[in-house]
Write a protein that binds this ligand. Sequence first.
Ligand code: DGP
Length: 113
Amino acid sequence: MSDCIFCKIIKGEIPSKKVYEDDCVYAFHDINPQAAVHILIVPKTHIESAADITAENSMIVGRVFEAAAKIAKELGLENGFRIVTNVGKYGCQSVKHIHFHLLGGEQLTEKMS
Ligand code: DGP
């Protein structure tokens, strides 16, 4: 999508601190980190949110989690991490291109809402 900020980041039209890329997935540091390590993992295909995952596109979720495991190993997150995807207004999703927050590098709180 031409006006999507994450599509622009994936295409290199907006700079980002890339940590991982393959044919399906692009991952980079969040501009506003909420943990010692805060990476955004984004499928290259423009899908609005997890509410739009179907039998046709659900393989991207597996590819995101494969990437997450590789990134976590690379960044030394052996003590654990959290993966979050926000959906819609109540989920506080601000960028309408599905993305997964990989949070770690410190003890996270039990609170998830
Ligand atoms: P969400 O609220 O779940 O839609 O998360 C969107 C995240 O995207 C938020 O944590 C901030 C991040 N973000 C927004 N714009 C940019 C950007 O231009 N560069 C980077 N690196 N992160 C961005």
